[in-house]
Each structure stands twice: as structure tokens, then as C-alpha cells.
Design a protein. Sequence first.
Length: 405
Amino acid sequence: MAETVLLHYSPARPLSCVLLNEKNAITRAPQIIELDELKNLLQGRKLIVLFDSAYLNIETVSIPGNNRQRQMQAVPFALEDKLASDIEDVHFALGKKQDDGNIPVVAIDKAVLDACLAFFKQADIVPEQIIADVLALPLDENAATVLLYEQAALIKISPANGLYCDRINLLSILKTLLEEHPHIKQLTIFHHRQEAEITDDFVDLGVEINSRSYNDHPLEILLAAYHDPQHINILQGAYAPQRKSSALWKHWKPAAALVAVWLVLQMATALVETRQLEEKNIQLRAQIEKAFKKANPGARKFNNMRKRVERRLKELQSGGGDGNNELFLQLLAETAPALSQQKKIKIKAMVYRNKHIDLEISADSLQTLEAVKSHLSSRPGIKIVLSTSIEKDNITGRLRVEKQG
């Protein structure tokens, strides 16, 4: 087993690395390093990159079945609503399916990943793995781990899930995470040795706090679990490291070229047939949308048209349409005052279905969202569910309002 250079990479910070021997013991302390120095250090050693999680989205999705290719095709659409970028501009790396059936996914803008690989290519360096730095944190059972460095915080809540946040929002985010993950009974918080004891800052969270310090660089903590088999190597699919052709393959190249020509001809024929079918499909869909819009004059989206028409027919047959409208107006009347009082709340989308209202809202801070939740929770007769997400400075929430009881 070769020695390992464990490198912490961020587009916004200098490179830093630590050298580990075959038994993962430190043989060279964490230090800042230049690209040319890194190239010399890598002679006979493998490179594993810990990528700054501030540039990553780590999510879990539920995709039925175990076919990896189908999972890869379905994941972008499952995460489309959670990403700020278009899914065509995002690279998705999948982890192993968990015991609960969910699949962990790391999403990164292709432009960011391309820039990283181009940076290393200047020195003819090819990383063996690129993993999210937050997933390299150690983790105890029924616990979460927090790493504090500079103005950033990394939070690991499970072996294959974690997130980055600014330290100013850390307490608010931890409160939300502890509500969403009641199995977490303690927090292990790593901080720089020069920082004062920080246990008192987290006492109101209601869980056991273990405060530990590191000497100079967070790599001292990140190297503890970087080799966990549940880690997700971002270098998958089109970004998987390319291996050099073997001598045997060279003898098969002429035959492979003939096969490739035949495949191209077959694909060209199939492409013509596919385009003809697509044109017919476009015409048919236009007719369906026209009929759907005529039956639903207020419709703005045309997804799941068949199910929506069937559901509407059932409502009309059961005579429940008027009751639903009345319930919608009641819920809206209860919700509107709380939202209108908060000038820093923006409503991005609202959907009424299955006797509840779902709102997608944005705010200037988590405190503003919590204030709305608190206001609505005090209203008798309604039930409130609020989930929040933070992507850098973008704070969004999903608010569900439904009749209680």
C-alpha cells in the first residue's frame, strides 16, 4: 500500500496537505503547499483530495430498485428543486444505498469541478479520489460532529451526510438539525486550541457537548476518517480517472473501429426514427395540453396531467370540490397575517393539495423563518411543519399548513 498525500482543496484558500504512511500515521505535519511542491511530494504516492464542502450539496434521495444506471438517470430530477443551478450544469456522484433505502448524493457545479481538475493538470497531477471534507470527520454513534475553523463550520450528522455553514448561523442550524434527527444525543465540537472553551455557547441545545481542540490545522481532524468506505468519490462517470490502454487493446483497435462504424450507422437509423416519434409526441402533447388547459383555465404547469384530471374528477364525483375550496380559504386566512407581518419573507411558490397548503418561502435569516413558525403555531386549529435549507447566503424554507385533528 502506497503512502498517501491528503490534500485540503478550496477555490478560496491556499492548498494544505498532510503526508501519511501505509498505516495512515502522520509522517509530515499539515502545512501550506504550492502546486510545484505538491508534484514533487507525490512521487510514488497517491493523492486524495478533501474538497471544501462550501461548494458542494450533500443530499439523500430515495430511488427504487438497485440498477445503478437508472439511479444515475433519476437522481438529477429528484434533486432538481433543491439546487440553485440547472441540472445540466451539475455533476452528481452517488454513494452506496443505505440501510434505510436512501442513496447519498454529492452534487457539484461542473464548472467548479472542471476548474479544480484543470488546476491539478497544470502539474500533470491526477487525484485518485475527491471527497467532501465534511464526510472525513470522525463520527460517534448517536452523535453529530462539528468542526470549527476560521469563520466556517462543518457538520456531520451521519456517515454519508453533512453540510457546511457560516459560524454566525451555526446555532440556528444545529437547533433545526437536532429537531430533524432526534437520535442525536450529543455533539462533538472541534475548535482551534487558541479559541476559548466553547461549551457554554451550545448549552441551550439540550444535548451533551464534548469540546475538543486541534493544534494548527483542521486536517488533523479530517485525516481521522478520510478512508471510510462509505465516502463518495466525486470522480465518477465522465470524471472517473482514465486508465492508459494496455498493449493487448492496441491489437483490437482496427476491429473496434469497424464495429464503431457499424454502430454509428445503426444509431443514425435509430436517430431518424426517434426524431419522427418525437415530432409525433410533441404534436400529441400539444393537443393534450390544449385540452387540459381548456378544462383547467387557471393551470400554469402541465406535469402529471393525467393524475390531476383523475383527482379532479374524483373530487367532482364525490362533491368535495366546494369543501376543499372552503378549507383552502380558511387555511389561507390563518396564514396570510403571519407572512404579511414579516417584510423580509418572500413567497416563491404556493400549492394547495390533499387538504393542506405548501409554501416555498425565502428569508433573510433563520430567525425570521422561526418567527413565522412560532406565530403560526400559536394559532388554534392548524398544524405547522417547517423545513429549512441554507446554500451559502440563500435561506429557503418549505412551510406546510394543514387543519389540525
